[in-house]
Unconditional design. Structure first.
Length: 213
């Protein structure tokens, strides 16, 4: 089984959930029980991050030149949006994207798989439209919905930005809202990734993954 290339960083992410009461002691058959999303990622922070990511996507497909510059990050950010939307859909705090979460997830997955400018532009349009969906989120659960490889590429970028923003007291205060959002995103990445045992070859490796940290 292949574990992330930066286990120490991933353990830091998982620690956010551990401090929220999330236990990694579980059998190979079942993943650890998830805590209420509000204990590790407030809905208002995830709502804002969903909107921030959409703004980045729209900027990335404004024209072909912008797309070429942003192409390398679209897949990891779209996969990250999948878990942001999942967190909002499963949230115990009512939020404006809860009902739309399944549609947002589907559209973000489409964007993550986009190849070329036209496909990416259509994917971004689908994400924007999905925000208006009222389909309901009752079918959602914590399961493999995003690429673990792409999520692990996203984590160092988010972590570096967060570390930079808390380096000084001035930055910490100035970037408080951004820091809260990035922390919430790291937490939903951790929660959303724990159910991904796709590379495990046997129950023992699944148990190893659940006890990874």
């Amino acid at each position: 089984m292949k574990f992330p290339k930066k286990p120490a960083l991933y353990c830091t992410v998982l620690a956010i959930l551990a401090m929220a009461g999330w236990t990694l002691a579980a059998s190979a058959a079942e993943p650890p029980a998830a805590p209420k999303v509000s204990t590790f990622a407030p809905a208002k922070d995830l709502e804002r991050q969903l909107e921030v990511y959409l703004e980045r996507f729209e900027e990335a497909v404004k024209d072909e030149e912008e797309y070429k510059a942003a192409e390398g990050r679209l897949a990891k950010e779209a996969n990250t949006m999948v878990l942001i939307a999942l967190g909002l859909g499963l949230h115990d705090q009512p939020n404006k994207y809860q009902a739309a979460a399944p549609a947002i997830i589907k559209a973000a997955q489409q964007l993550a798989d986009a190849k070329g400018y036209a496909s990416a532009k259509a994917g971004v349009a689908a994400v924007k439209k999905a925000l208006e969906s009222q389909g309901g989120s009752s079918s959602l659960k914590w399961e493999k919905l995003a690429s673990l490889e792409q999520l692990m590429k996203a984590v160092p970028t988010i972590d570096s930005r967060l570390r930079r923003n808390v380096r000084t007291e001035r930055n910490f205060k100035k970037r408080a809202q951004d820091n809260a959002g990035d922390s919430a995103v790291l937490a939903v990445i951790a929660q959303g990734s724990i159910a991904d045992t796709s590379e495990a070859k046997d129950p023992a490796q699944i148990a190893q993954w659940y006890k990874f940290c």
